[in-house]
Design a protein around this ligand. Sequence first.
Ligand code: SAH
Ligand code: SF4
Ligand code: F3S
Length: 439
Amino acid sequence: MRRSVFIKTFGCQMNAVDSARMLSLLSSADYLAAATLEEADLVLLNTCSIREKADQKIYSDLGTLRRWKQRRPGRLVGVGGCLAQQDGETIRKRAPHVDIVFGTHNISNLPEMVRRAECRLPTLALGMEEGIAHWGVVPHLPAGAVSSMVAIMQGCDNFCAYCVVPLVRGGEVSRPAGDVVTEVRALAGRGVMEVILLGQNVNSYGKKNGEIPFPELLRRISGIGGISRIRFITSHPRDLDDRTIRLFEEIGTLCPHVHLPLQSGSDRILAAMGRGYTRGEYIAKIEALRRARPGMAFSSDFIVGFPGETEDDFRETLAVMGEVRFDSSFSFRFSSRPGTRAAEMKEKVDPQEAATRLRRLQELQAAHTRERLSAQVGREVTVLVEGKSARDPGMRCGRTACNKTMNFTPGSAEGPIRSVLVTGAGTHSLVGEERPSHA
Ligand code: SAH
Ligand code: SF4
Ligand code: F3S
């Protein structure tokens, strides 16, 4: 009998790709995607443990799922991803109604685990040794998708002092370049025009596994017909090299937007975080990228209130923001994660003070975002259309090459790539009107 699965994904794009793999695996085991939770026979939470808040949200969801399970006999609950890897058995202690707990390296066994759960045999699968067995699983691609993420690596060896990722995702492993190219070709064959290459530190691609280096991989992908936009996340400022920077001059399909997480503008804090670069080195890379591609957009991640961060350190972060003028950023209050070096650091910043710093940083970012968006008004830009606008179904929504969300009034052109005149800027997105086609 056909059953259905609802997957709720937390955390980063790595989890999003893994969820698409889970869906693809389960569809071959007779589980279709359910449109709503209420419809589903099986729920999978693909979890994140990057900050404490993420943990709390998942345990609260598990409380709700206890009642969901009771409403219809035979329903099953599975928990996978980074929190599952980190908390393991504790999950079932806190939520005994969970049938399957599986780690970040155990996705390929999912159909078998579900079969066991159907026979009321609970499963706990957390081994890291199975490594990348699920890499051969082609992620489910929604009908009509024009953009897709492609995982090129897994795990991380950096052990930044605050970060739990190396603990829950394991060591860095690069996927064979041939497999990546094959996947991108297949996506192009299905109408995908934009690929986003994913890794925790894409710039170290290939180094450990004797694969071709990252810039070489980019060059190969740029040769694949039908792919008109190439993006990558995440770049590590220490490892982003000159060869990759120069590719922005050469490869027109490489999008003019780089996400380059700074974390802090203070050299003292960067050293304590173990990031491996200084503020000056970071700014030099931004300048080199701007020289390679004038008008390039930048986004970043910031952590405020890292142990030992003083008001002066924090002001240095604001100063770098003033210098670079990021188009957007994600910013977080430091969260102490079990097993990381920062969790042992004594000089904790007062949570109230950290909250105030976060607000100050976000206010400054909002001003810079507005400034960067306004600078686009009056320009004609190329938009890759992803669908109808959520606000107004008469309008279309897509992204510019600089990764800005754009809602626009369509003209008579067809196809996903449109030329749009920017007529206005909001707090997070642009509005525009399609230019009449010259044909
Ligand atoms: N590999 C990526 C980041 C992955 S985590 C990189 O190196 O940039 C995404 C972001 O979450 C990080 O950039 C950082 O800003 C934030 N983050 C990670 N651990 C955190 C913690 N313990 N507390 C607060 N923010 C954290
Ligand atoms: Fe975490 Fe640092 Fe690895 Fe990014 S590079 S995933 S922040 S340890
Ligand atoms: Fe979260 Fe795991 Fe990603 S901890 S941010 S889902 S790698």
